[in-house]
Design a protein around this ligand. Structure first.
Ligand code: FMN
Length: 333
């Protein structure tokens, strides 16, 4: 039986990938993830803000101590704290050490939203030995004057700039809130991206009524969150040259199987690993193996996209045609 899959042109032993999170920032965890069977690891993102803060800090340090020539890199912007207070040079070091520590692909992640100096770090990540680059352009168009066309143009400009500076395969972690995702997927492939990660999870603040405050804590995902990425993977599978990575809501092996049936080339997971521990990856990979064995399925390739729009005999289920049917069924139940 073969669990093998291909993602961004990389041959992977199975479709399970550890998505970007601080869990993957420690070398020991990276080794444990490999031992637990994940086929590739996305490092936590290096953020535009971290790169800019570092550059700013270096400048002010150099200004203040121009004559004493100390190590400017011993200073870092105080507004970024915790595991994300990573200086870019340390991040590059992590890429280097992770590549040496394991034999599975290490995907570096660069997170930013404007066309500025931070893009140079794609090249530095390539030099540090990253196997591929995931580009996360987390951008919320709060300005009502910024049109959908402007938003897409911003994304495309960044992708073009990164593509122009490195040879590595690039995946783009996208938001579902684009007006025509299929068209956008085709466009980013034209610009040289090799894959899409569906989706980037927006951090939506809640309101605490007792304190009359906004609550911006990060919550782990729940299984219901996979329906939207699964829909889009099913719609894109077989109709784009981009590799498709599913990201969001995996809680057990059935979710992994569903994403593959929809057409994902790889299935990513973060919350499940944070919830149950790194070794849960082994449960997922073994579970996939068992699920296929029990059904006499010889390879992941043979089931991938089986339930996609492209291969479905009932395409209406994915479209407006099914809308009224579902509502009627609910009303008469
Ligand atoms: C604690 C935490 C940190 C994360 N950090 C990053 C990050 O640095 N870059 C990124 O692109 N996504 C980050 N994510 C998002 C995950 O990679 C993933 O896309 C999201 O959690 C949905 O997948 P899941 O349902 O398997 O958790 C983070 C998620 C969590 C929970």
């Amino acid at each position: 039986m073969s669990l093998a899959t291909s993602y961004l042109g990389l041959e992977l032993k199975n479709p399970l990938v550890a998505s970007a999170s601080p869990l993957n920032s420690k070398l020991d965890n990276i080794r444990r993830l490999e031992d637990a069977g994940v086929a590739a690891i996305v490092l936590p993102s290096l953020f535009q803000e971290q790169i800019e803060a570092d550059a700013e800090a270096r400048l002010s340090f150099v200004d203040a101590y121009a004559d004493s020539s100390p190590e400017a890199s011993s200073y870092f912007h105080a507004s970024i704290v915790g595991p994300y207070a990573v200086r870019p040079d340390r991040y590059l070091d992590l890429v280097r050490r992770a590549r040496e520590a394991v034999s599975i692909p290490i995907i570096a992640s660069l997170n930013g939203s404007s066309r500025a100096g931070w893009i140079d770090h794609a090249w530095l990540m390539e030099q540090a030995g990253a196997t591929a680059l995931e580009l996360n352009m987390y951008h919320i168009p709060v300005d009502p004057l910024e049109s959908g066309i402007d938003v897409e143009a911003r994304y495309l400009e960044i992708i073009r700039a990164v593509r122009g500076s490195i040879e590595l395969p690039i995946s783009v972690k996208v938001t579902p809130y684009l007006s025509s995702l299929g068209h956008f997927a085709a466009t980013i492939v034209e610009q040289g991206a090799a894959g899409l990660v569906l989706f980037n999870r927006l951090l939506e603040p809640d309101i605490d009524l007792s304190r009359m405050r906004l609550v911006d804590t990060l919550t782990l995902s729940n299984p219901g969150e996979m329906r939207l990425p699964m829909l889009w993977i099913a719609l894109l599978s077989g109709r784009t040259n981009a590799s498709l990575a599913a990201s969001g809501g995996v809680s057990d092996v059935t979710d992994v199987v569903k994403y593959l049936l929809a057409g994902a080339d790889v299935v990513m997971t973060t919350s499940a690993l944070l919830r149950h521990g790194i070794e849960y990856a082994e449960t997922l990979v073994n579970g996939l193996h068992r699920w296929m064995e029990e059904r006499g399925i010889a390879s992941v390739a043979s089931i991938r996209g089986m339930m996609s729009w492209h291969r479905s005999s009932d395409r209406d289920v994915y479209t407006r045609a099914n809308y009224l049917r579902i509502l009627e069924r609910y009303a008469t139940a």
